[in-house]
Ligand binder design. Sequence first.
Ligand SMILES: *Cc1c(COP(=O)(O)O)cnc(C)c1O
Length: 399
Amino acid sequence: MLHYPLDNLLPVDAAGYYGTYGGAFVPEALRANIESLDFAFRRYVNDPDFRLEFDRLLHDYVGRPTPLYYAAKLSAKYRATIYLKREDLNHTGAHKINNAIGQALLAKRMGKSHLIAETGAGQHGVATATVAALLGMKCTVYMGAEDVRRQHPNVMRMCMLGAEVVAVSSGNATLSNAVDAALQAWCENPDEMFYLIGSAVGPHPYPEIVARFQSVISYEIRKQLEAQLGRPTPDYVIACIGGGSNAAGAFYHFINDKEVKLVAVEAGGHGVDSGETAASLSVGKPMVLHGSRTMVLADGMGNVSDAYSISSGLDYPGIGPLQAYLAEQGRTEVIVANDDEALAAARRLAESEGIIPALESSHALAALEKMEFNSEDVVVVNLSGRGDKDMATYLDSFS
Ligand SMILES: *Cc1c(COP(=O)(O)O)cnc(C)c1O
């Protein structure tokens, strides 16, 4: 069993700013909640009992460490040494469970009885419903009505796990509207409810909390590379970004190793200039969205635009403040993958390695087509989740 360090290696100040991004823009009704969350997190993240429970659940319940798989066929095709970090093999099928366990353990210790969450593809809703069942807590999940339709298998899973799923039909009825609804519910009942945010977004300290719980991914990558190659650092780490949590986890223990190139892949949708995109780093501007200042898709009037991607986990008009900062600093290289490129990458992985990736993860795989490697390069692609939930979309698009 691994003992995860969870230490703070982030470029964040005490007010929750990553450069000019971040902060905590919340209504007065939530200020006390955010403060008690911050206090509880800093207390328990250093508490040996909390840490042991986190380590044990990740090992025995989630199935960590997840394998670092050498993908021989991809390596031959792209002429580099390519590894896949298999977050798809986690219990519930994606990286989201790592953070859900951490936050739920925190909620329990704070005396909360009711977890609320937003979800896009449904992976975070399933992860939250799962930990709520595990820890004996009530669970309500807010989900855009359009996503309820697209991600029906995950809706059924949440119901089976005993969660209440609330379909939100405002706006374009996707993730961003579900976040608004969850924030609203939290404002109305802040004492019993714990808002379990699923990505590295929202007001401080959420982006930091999520990144630190997800840091288990890169902690394992270092150990696994050391064991398999005799060195802990790769040349590239590639991850898709929706809100930026799987990327935060995959990049975390490499942020200060400047020789490791970090590649963030955002969803282009039908193309960054098509008006139907989710590429907030490429075409967004700095604004406050859902409690933090970050890069946001907006129209000429400064109104938040609807994001579009074929992948429900990536069609969010914002991005976490850490990713906005790393991109601005040039610490990450940002690559855009469009719907058709992600679909083609999914098919390639399925047919060459026998792994069906989540549509979100397929965007990270699509970046391989756009990069130039030399034969010595060691590349880690974070395979954030599995594709079961996306089968209808895949089959439709290939027919
Ligand atoms: C939710 C999700 C994402 C996008 O969220 P991040 O916070 O950017 O990681 C990516 N991949 C999968 C499989 C997801 O479920």
